[in-house]
Every structure is written in structure tokens, then in C-alpha cells.
Design a binder for this molecule. Structure first.
Ligand code: SF4
Length: 372
């Protein structure tokens, strides 16, 4: 159905465009910034302005790229396919008119050089905004090494921009992608975006890392992520477990276990949402700097809380460290306690607290016999 929409009012060769849509939309599936609705769909889900749920048409502008990222099927491609700005803006506008999407997620290979490709991506967005009156959400990838005047325009036109840092350090980046300069092409550009965003009242930037392709530890990743939040001011970091793809430089490497990606998201949540400091979090890593396959919040609760925790006395910071209690539910507990005492587990269940929190709590003198 989505594909047939592309035909209506199209002033381009439909068959040609259909091939491009399939090739260039499929190429984005390793990017974690949004989730595919199903295997056939061209539409992805993500959080947009003010955290609202949005449906995005997600595509590369071109799958040609001169970079040599070991994990990427587009590395070194010089005869791939590309849209023209007219084609892509028409497709996005058609999908929006039919009510199938709320916005666009536009990424790209670098083509022959990043500035020429970025100029065409910007031209697409300009046509969309100015000629088609497109007011939907736009997430625009900034290509590593893009010139500053193009970055300024991208931040102006898009709701959100991102540069994938891919690696936690220059050394790891050299393993993953020897053609990129980590400091100059990526970190300097991120800081430039940060400075532009600081002068504006809207917009944000995010980033993404590949996990487990070059032997980097979780501690190295976390230390970089802390800098991303504190120094760059990204609103989110996304993690993508490495999966070897046939025909790529890294095709013979072992895939990364998916739980590592999940544990990094949980760690990220502890830092970003629960606001635990790196010092408070440091004990979740083993002696080699890796996470184990256990919820880091459970590990920290066992180490840092005086268990069982008296649910009628505990402060906010202690409550949010209990597995099954987050900032919202901790606030509900504290607000309830101002009116009356918590007498039983059922009081907590009525407040929406997850059952897995109960073994960690003392409730009106009662303690569940067995800690989880
Ligand atoms: S920059 Fe690297 S990851 Fe991105 S398209 Fe080019 S080769 Fe692939």
C-alpha cells in the first residue's frame, strides 16, 4: 500500500523510484534511532517533538560511500543508487499527504564527498519545507566531516540532527573505520552543533555507537557516553550490537550477543533518567570493564541499599534504586505517604508498583521471606 502511494501524482519513473526506495530504505535497518513496524514496512516508529510518538519514512539519500567502515555493506560503494532531491521530496510529500507518515528520517552514505551529498540532502529538505509546505518532523543525519555552514543549515531545517560517533575512542574508531578522523570529523562537529543549538530555542542532537565490533569494553563505552551527555548535550545515545554482514570487511567476526546492547540501555537509563553518578554506577562492571548479563539496577540494589528498605521511611533517591521502582512510581509512593501509611503489598500494587519491588522492601514491619 505504501508503495502504491508513491505512484500518485509522481512526475518520475515509478519503477526506477520503487527500486531506489526499496534499496535505500532497507539500508537503514541497522540504525537504532527508530524501530521498524514490520519487515515489509517502509515506515518506522520513533519519538518526535516533545517525546510524542511519530511514524517516519526512513531512508538513505545514497548508499554510495567512500568510507571503509568494516561493518557496513555500503563501504567503498561507488555504483550504488541515489535519489534526486526532487524524487525524494515528492515521495515524502506523497506519503505525508496520504496520512501514512508524520515525518522523515534522512541518513546517507557519504557519496564521493560529504559536502556534495549533504548539500543534496539539504536541498531535499528545503524543497519539502518550502515548496511542499511540509511541517512534519525531520531527523537529519549530519555526515562526519561536513562543513560548518552546511551543519548550520541542517540544524535550522531539521527538528533533530545526529552524527553517529560509532566508537568510544579514537583507537576503536581506527579499527572500525580508518578513513574517519574521530576528533575532527565527529567530536568537533558534535560540539559545533551543540553551540548552534544553545543559541536556539528548539532542536536536539542524538548519537549512536556500534557495540562489540572492535573489542571495546562497556566501561570505555560508558565513559564516552557520559561525555556525550555532559559535554556534548546529546538528548539520547543509541546502541547497536554488532552483527557481521556478508560481503563486509568484518563478515568473519563474531556477532555481539544482543543482551549486551540491552544492558547498555539499562545502564544508560540509570545515568540519564535516574541520575546516578558514574561513581555510584562503577561497580556494575567486572574486572575487565564488561557488564554481566544481569540488570545493572539489580546489581546496584544488592550493593548499595540497606535491604530490606523501609518503604514508609525511604527517601526518593533510595526508592528509585529499588528494581521495579522508577522516578514516577517513587513520586507516587512519597505522595501517598503524605496522606497515609503504606500498610501492605497491595497498597503498593494499587499505586502501580511492580511486584518485583516487593522483596526489596519492608512494608509496615512485614518483609517477604526470600529476596530475589
Ligand atoms: S560512513 Fe561508514 S557506516 Fe556510513 S555509509 Fe559510509 S561506510 Fe557505511
Amino acid at each position: 500500500m505504501e508503495r502504491s502511494i508513491l505512484a500518485r501524482g509522481a512526475s518520475f519513473d515509478l519503477e526506477d523510484v520503487d527500486i531506489k526506495v526499496q534499496a535505500l530504505s532497507r539500508s537503514t535497518r541497522y540504525d537504532r534511532c527508530c524501530h521498524r513496524r514490520n519487515d515489509d514496512s517502509l515506515i518506522y516508529s520513533a519519538s518526535g517533538r516533545n517525546g510524542c510518538h511519530v511514524r517516519l519514512f526512513k531512508t538513505l539519500f545514497t548508499n554510495e560511500c567512500y568510507h571503509q567502515c568494516g561493518y557496513c555493506p555500503n563501504a567503498g560503494t561507488s555504483n550504488g543508487c541515489s535519489y534526486t532531491p526532487e524524487e525524494l521530496s515528492n515521495i515524502v510529500s506523497s506519503l505525508r499527504r496520504e496520512g501514512l507518515i508524520d515525518g522523515l528520517f534522512l541518513s546517507s552514505g557519504a557519496g564521493r564527498d560529504e559536502d556534495s551529498t549533504m548539500e543534496e540532502m539539504l536541498e531535499t529538505v528545503r524543497i519539502l519545507r518550502e515548496r511542499h509546505g511540509f511541517s512534519g518532523y525531520i531527523h537529519l543525519k549530519i555526515l562526519p566531516g561536513t562543513s560548518r555552514h552546511l551543519i548550520e543549515e541542517a540544524v535550522e531545517l531539521a527538528d533533530r540532527v545526529s552524527i553517529n560517533i560509532e566508537a568510544p575512542s579514537m583507537d576503536v574508531m581506527h579499527e572500525l573505520s580508518p578513513t574517519k578522523d574521530y576528533e575532527r570529523d565527529i567530536l568537533d562537529r558534535q560540539m559545533y552543533i551543540r553551540d548552534i543549538l544553545a543559541r536556539r530555542s528548539r532542536g536536539s542532537q542524538t548519537t549512536q555507537l556500534v557495540v562489540g565490533a572492535a573489542g571495546e569494553t562497556d566501561l570505555e563505552i560508558f565513559q564516552r557516553v557520559v561525555k556525550e551527555y555532559r559535554e556534548i548535550g546529546v538528548s539520547r545515545v543509541y546502541y547497536s550490537a554488532f552483527v557481521p554482514i556478508k560481503g563486509t570487511i568484518f563478515e568473519g567476526k563474531q556477532p555481539q550477543l544482543r543482551w549486551r546492547e540491552s544492558r547498555l540501555y539499562q545502564l544508560d537509563w540509570l545515568y540519564r533518567v535516574y541520575r546516578l553518578s558514574p561513581e555510584q554506577i562503577k561497580n556494575v562492571f567486572d574486572d575487565y570493564g564488561f557488564l554481566i548479563n544481569q540488570d545493572p539496577k539489580v546489581i546496584l540494589a544488592g550493593e548499595s541499599l540497606d535491604l530490606p528498605l523501609d518503604v514508609n521511611e525511604a527517601d526518593f533517591q533510595s526508592l528509585i534504586r529499588v528494581p521495579g521502582i522508577g522516578p514516577e512510581s517513587a513520586r507516587r509512593i512519597i505522595s501517598y505517604r503524605r496522606r497515609e501509611r503504606i500498610e501492605s503489598p497491595s497498597d503498593l500494587i494499587r499505586l502501580g508498583i511492580k511486584r518485583k519491588a516487593i522483596p526489596y522492601l519492608k512494608i509496615n514491619g512485614w518483609v517477604q521471606k526470600r529476596l530475589l
